[in-house]
Design a protein. Structure first.
Length: 397
């Protein structure tokens, strides 16, 4: 079967497994170039390990100088009558495959990170694979829904401004267009539900579960990822529903510090750069900023993808307290927020319209990154060659 990209709005409905392998190999090569540094983790649980920042964290720590043993949790689907499966499914498979070839230990747990069953499966995996304890927990889930354990109903996040409505543009990869959107202000219920889904409550409950089951090593650390962004994205992000959820996540760090005090553990927030991921292209109003940012950061030689960010986090910033801001957050959005970068981004945004965005900004680059997330757009993959579906069915994460 020949697999073509199928895009609906900003959602990929197909992926190319051979291209997913090319994406993993590319990230592994980057991780292998890093220099070692003291105090790297050895046994790591990654929640949200199959794509974006979680995947890059896992690759950085497995294949970089840490050579850590990793357990990756994700929610992905394999090949079925309905389709080829998700890119994250194949990412899990090829990470594990590459690790095994390199003599490294990894395992994948595909299931709902919010369920009790997944927690028990993780606990078992820590006992058998990691000698009973992990020394780092990466929390990198991005989702729109979280089940309420008491009622069985779902909290659903809303990506909206708070206080007043906002006008902006959103990208559509299917029609290659930039479309005007008006985002109405969130209700109190929408704000509360978004904080439930993307705030710190689930991070804290995972750490509580691991601590209660004695699965955390002395000095264990944990990190969750956040975004703040420049002033002109604040209405839609930092001061909107997602930003309030992130503020809650930041505060949760202190609760986790208290929880881990007995084992001298520590919780961190790493504030990352804006990047094209499965989750971020979904944020209405943010994509024009991404288009402009890509153009400016590439021109200045400052552009990074998820793996560059995570390699910089773990191999340059991780153990250096000078790399924290006055709130104690680790900043790997430092290059994005440089004044010269933001001045040029603002100038582009002031001129950008649905008619000129392809010329004014890096639409081609953003689209290409989106395709690459799903295994398309690699020059060394022959996309005209048929993919062996029967062989794909034999692969397990
Ligand atoms: P992503 O969509 O690429 O990855 C999300 C991961 O969560 C996937 O592995 C997915 O399988 C997993 N997941 C989702 N629901 C799950 C569930 N119920 N059970 C188990 N696994 C589940 O997202 P991305 O962009 O890497 O986001 C990760 C974190 O980084 C988020 O907290 C996000 O806010 C943050 N971040 C993202 C930025 C960006 O520009 N993409 C910038 C700064 C922070």
């Amino acid at each position: 079967m020949i697999i073509q990209p199928q895009i609906q709005g900003v959602v990929a409905r197909s992926c190319h497994p051979i291209g997913c392998k090319a994406a993993i190999d590319e990230q592994i090569r980057h991780a292998q170039l890093q220099q070692t540094t003291p105090g790297l983790p050895k046994n790591v649980l990654v929640l949200g390990a199959s794509s974006g920042f979680g995947l890059a964290s896992r690759i950085a720590l497995t294949f970089g100088p840490a050579n850590a043993s990793t357990i990756g949790v994700s929610f992905e689907r394999g090949i079925s009558d309905k389709g080829i499966g998700s890119a994250g499914w194949y990412n899990n498979i090829y990470v594990k495959d590459a690790a095994e070839k390199a003599g490294l230990i990894t395992s994948n747990i595909v299931g709902d990170a919010f369920s009790e069953q997944t927690r028990q499966t993780v606990a078992d995996a820590i006992r058998t694979q990691c000698g009973g304890k992990v020394d780092l927990v990466v929390y990198s889930l991005a989702t729109g829904v979280r089940p309420n354990p008491e009622t069985g109903e779902f909290w659903r996040s809303s990506i909206k401004p708070v206080g007043e409505s906002v006008e902006g543009y959103s990208i559509n990869f299917e029609s290659n267009s930039l479309n005007q959107v008006t985002l109405s202000a969130a209700s109190d219920q929408e704000i509360n539900d978004t904080v439930k889904v993307m705030g710190g409550e689930d991070w804290l409950s995972w750490m509580q579960f691991l601590q209660d089951n004695a699965l955390l090593a002395e000095g264990c650390r944990t990190v969750a990822y956040s975004y703040i962004g420049p002033e002109h994205t604040h209405a839609i992000y930092h001061k909107g529903t997602l930003g309030l959820a992130k503020t809650h996540l930041h505060q949760t760090r202190h609760d986790i510090d208290a929880l881990l005090s007995g084992i001298h553990g520590k919780a961190d927030i790493a504030v990352c750069k804006a990047l094209v991921t499965k989750a971020s292209v979904f944020i209405p109003g943010l994509t024009p900023y991404l288009l402009a940012l890509y153009r400016v950061m590439k021109a200045k030689g400052l552009q990074e993808g998820c793996i560059e960010q995570m390699d910089r986090l773990f191999y340059q910033k991780w153990n250096d307290d000078n790399n924290r801001d006055n709130e104690g957050l680790i900043r790997i959005d430092d290059w994005e927020l440089q004044q010269d970068v933001q001045d040029e981004v603002s100038a582009i945004l002031a001129e950008m319209t649905p008619e000129n965005f392809e010329q004014m900004a890096d639409y081609k680059g953003v689209l290409n990154d989106f395709l690459k997330l799903n295994g398309f757009g690699y020059s060394d993959v022959d996309y005209q060659a048929p993919v062996d579906i029967e062989q794909l069915k034999t692969l397990v994460p």
